[in-house]
Design a protein around this ligand. Structure first.
Ligand code: ATP
Ligand code: MG
Length: 472
């Protein structure tokens, strides 16, 4: 059975990859130079030099391969750029190296056990680069002839295809005819047919047809008619993650589950078979393992069982680089009554390298605000920029960044081009930040309903209070 293990196709990967936009869409990399020195303001990144350099060094190590069982922890007060740096890393890694990002609480919300969710996340972060030789047919279409049966149910046909040196006729079945008409292949097109999958791709139109008629779009691409044999062997390389191989080969699900995201639990026996098979491919030189990066945001939300599972998983041979982020200081480890730095057990802390992020200086904040304004297409007047920067100083950077779009809305209402101090002031009165909200709560103590918190003995609950967060 182990011999049947397949790795799917490269197209699968393109579809399952997703782009995220939102709070961090201005981050396009780590903004480091070749010597890994942080530039002052580059690729959407400002300040936080030491952490960025550390992240860059880690990336270098990942790209050189052969690191397993390492873990990094980004620790620092809220909104000091931990998530932003991780996303910058993801963008620097390059296409082929898998990067998986989960928030620790996701582990609890899926319809599977915690360890299964973690295992899937880990296996998502390990890529297998597979080399395969496939037979292709490449040439210029001379003629496509299709015969329909009387009922129209079956179609047969003939495809005449040539290169500069030779010409051949192939018989076509219904499936190939459909594939050709889906790609709108006409006589004069240069096409490639993958013999194993039957996939047809069009390279362009032949130069010899360039003067046939003029009714062509500007985007028509002309290519040379290929030389030599029509049937060729071609090496294709594609990268899939171990998780994708798991799902494709899991009997109950099949690869369609990859699109639905509902993969269920995967049997450990199957995983073992796949590991053996991949090891075999490696020995034959057909495949290469690419250890990627698993980023676990808000890692203090994992509980003690997950932590001890991670401890073991890090020691596995097939393990990615694990990056974690936490904004807790001394806080309770979920699932226990023990307090520990960053909410992580000491034995796990012992295995991680800790990178700390610091609060931003006023200038850094100003630059970040400016970058965000450009990203959101908002122009602030110089006065407004100064006011917003000092707001960021007295509240938080996130609050200030959130105000940008609100103030923009207000300025648009009075049909102004730029956001002015007055718009900011009004946005500031409409939306409260944390400090003012707490202040307001205190004032309202008589009229609001306050729930008393019973001493909880349910040890699996979070039980982390806001007071645990690191101070800015
Ligand atoms: N160095 C930076 N350069 C540019 N933008 C940044 C930088 N640091 C943070 N930001 C932006 O500031 C906002 C808050 O940062 P981020 O979400 O990364 O904080 P965090 O450390 O993950 O906080 P938390 O602990 O609350 O999750 C984001 O919109 C982020 O893109
Ligand atoms: Mg974060």
């Amino acid at each position: 059975m182990a011999t049947q293990i397949t790795a799917g196709t490269s197209e699968l990967r393109d579809i399952t990859k997703m782009e995220r936009i939102g709070a961090h869409s201005h981050v396009r990399g780590l903004g480091l130079d070749d010597r890994l020195e942080p530039r002052e303001n580059s690729q959407g990144m400002v300040g936080q030099g030491k952490a960025r350099k550390a992240a860059g060094m880690v990336l270098r190590m990942v790209q050189e391969g052969r690191i397993a069982g390492r873990a990094i922890l980004f620790a620092g007060p809220p909104s000091t750029g931990k998530t932003a740096i991780a996303l910058g890393m993801a963008q620097t890694l390059g296409q082929d190296v898998p990067f998986t990002m989960i928030a620790a609480s996701e582990v609890f919300s899926l319809s599977m056990s915690k360890t299964e969710a973690l295992t899937q996340a880990i296996r998502r972060s390990i890529g297998v680069r597979i080399r395969e030789e496939t037979e292709i047919i490449e040439g210029e279409v001379v003629e496509i002839q299709i015969d329909r049966s009387l009922t129209g149910a079956t179609k047969t046909g003939k495809l005449t295809i040539k290169t500069i040196d030779m010409e051949t006729i192939y018989d076509l079945g219904t499936k190939m005819i459909d594939a050709l008409s889906k790609e709108k292949v006409l006589a004069g097109d240069i096409i490639i047919i993958d013999k194993t999958s039957g996939k047809v791709s069009k390279l362009g139109r032949s130069f010899s047809r360039s003067r046939d008629y003029d009714a062509m779009g500007a985007d028509t691409k002309f290519v040379q008619c290929p030389e030599g044999e029509i049937q060729k062997r071609k090496e294709v390389v594609h990268t899939v993650s171990l998780h994708e191989i798991d799902v494709i080969n899991s009997r109950t699900q099949g690869f369609l589950a990859l699109f639905a995201g509902d993969t269920g639990e995967i049997k450990p026996e199957l995983r073992e078979q796949i590991n053996t098979k991949v090891a075999e491919w490696r020995e034959e030189g057909k495949a290469e393992i690419i250890p990627g990066v698993l980023f676990i945001d808000e890692v203090h939300m994992l509980d003690i069982e997950c932590f001890s599972f991670l401890n073991r998983a890090l020691e596995n041979e097939l393990s990615p680089l694990v990056i974690m982020a936490s904004n807790r200081g001394m806080s309770r480890i979920r699932g226990t009554n023990v307090k520990s730095p960053h909410g992580l057990p000491v034995d796990l802390l012992d295995r991680v390298l800790i990178v700390s992020t610091r609060s931003y200086s006023e200038e850094d904040m100003q630059q970040i605000i400016q970058i965000r304004c450009e990203e959101e297409d908002v122009t602030l007047t110089p006065d407004a920029l100064n006011v917003l920067t000092s707001m960021a100083g007295s509240t938080t950077l996130r609050y200030a960044l959130n105000l940008i779009s609100c103030a923009h809305m207000i300025s648009r209402k009075r049909k102004a081009e730029n956001v002015d101090v007055e718009d900011l002031r009004r946005a500031y009165t409409y939306f409260m930040d944390e400090k003012r909200s707490v202040q307001w709560l205190k004032e309202q103590q008589g009229s609001l309903v306050f729930e008393e918190i019973a001493p909880s003995n349910d040890s699996t609950e979070g039980g982390i209070s806001a007071g645990d967060a690191m101070e800015t």
